[in-house]
Write a protein that binds this ligand. Structure first.
Ligand code: GUN
Length: 293
């Protein structure tokens, strides 16, 4: 069994991106600029946005955190979106999800200028991805494909089973893994909370991507010997073995499952760090307008 080290891989990519930023700077061009909109005080969202801003600093690009209280109205947030769309200094921006219940995520995502939508969530960009046009790929799915590519894990003709059908991970990763490309080209099965006898599918998986959002959902009896396991979940669970009283676990029961695998991503330090570098990659694309030639 080999660990897929997302921390190490993301550090390598960040170095490559930092070199690219240096070249942009040396050429006297504008430094790429990512803005992040954060509404409310959700602790997980705060952590994610802080990590995104930190990563921008690490590679030398500009970032702006736009924070608003939970009470902001949808109309006010749409006004913020309008200003970011019109700001020529902002190359790309994200609106951290989830949003408070009184705001329609759909209306907000639709208002984002697709050329600045570095999360790749706008239906225009989703459509471009599905049809194989140059597009901002959604960060977590793109990070997963990049890990498989960098570890030279064969994917062509393999059976990839995805658990979870969210717009952020499950659905787009199932599309990316089925594309006619060297580091994809899989037969894909998309399972979700209503799938009956899910084990019958997971046992057939050469590559199992788990994004169901339930701690330790995948157990050893659900995994084929030699499978590649990609765990997207991250959960804080009580633990009497750590000083904090908590530990982070994924959607996969790592201790049980790891011995059966050829490759597996740990939690933390697997998919998570890759999500952030995908966002940085999209921001550089936005600055160079490569996804919108
Ligand atoms: N919430 C969970 N994942 C993401 C993400 O990749 N982007 C945004 N904007 N919000 C998220």
């Amino acid at each position: 069994m080999e660990l897929i080290d997302g921390k190490k891989t993301s550090a390598q990519i960040k170095q490559e991106l930092a070199d690219e930023v240096q070249k942009i700077q040396a050429a006297g061009k504008k430094i790429p600029h990512l803005a992040a909109v954060l509404v409310g005080n959700d602790p997980a969202s705060e952590t994610y946005v802080a990590a995104k801003v930190r990563a921008c600093r690490e590679i030398g690009i500009k970032s702006t955190e736009c924070r608003y209280s939970e009470e902001i109205t949808e109309a006010q947030l749409l006004e913020v979106i309008g200003k970011l769309n019109a700001d020529p200094d902002v190359d790309g921006y994200i609106v951290q999800l989830p949003l408070p219940a009184h705001i329609s995520e759909q209306r907000i995502l639709l208002a984002i200028d697709p050329a600045k939508d570095v999360d790749g969530f706008h239906p225009f960009n989703v459509g471009k991805m599905v049809t194989g046009l140059p597009a901002y790929l959604p960060a977590t799915p793109a990070g997963i494909v990049e890990l498989l590519k960098r570890y030279r894990i064969p994917t062509r003709g393999k059976h990839c089973v995805v658990i979870g059908r969210s717009n952020i991970v499950g659905t787009p990763v199932s599309i990316l893994m089925s594309r006619k490309e060297e580091h994809a080209d899989c037969t894909v099965t998309l399972c979700h909370s209503r799938t009956q006898n899910i084990k019958a599918y997971t046992l057939q998986a050469d590559i199992l991507i788990v994004a169901i959002g339930k701690p330790h959902f995948v157990t050893a009896d659900m995994v084929k010997e030699g499978a590649v396991i990609i765990d997207v979940g991250i959960h804080r669970v009580p633990s009497d073995k750590t000083a904090s009283g908590f530990r982070l676990v994924g959607d996969v029961d790592f201790e049980q499952v790891a011995p059966r695998c050829s490759y597996i991503t740990p939690v933390p330090g697997g998919v998570g760090p890759m999500t952030i570098v995908s966002l940085l990659q999209n921001t550089l694309l936005a600055a160079q307008q490569k996804a919108n030639p």
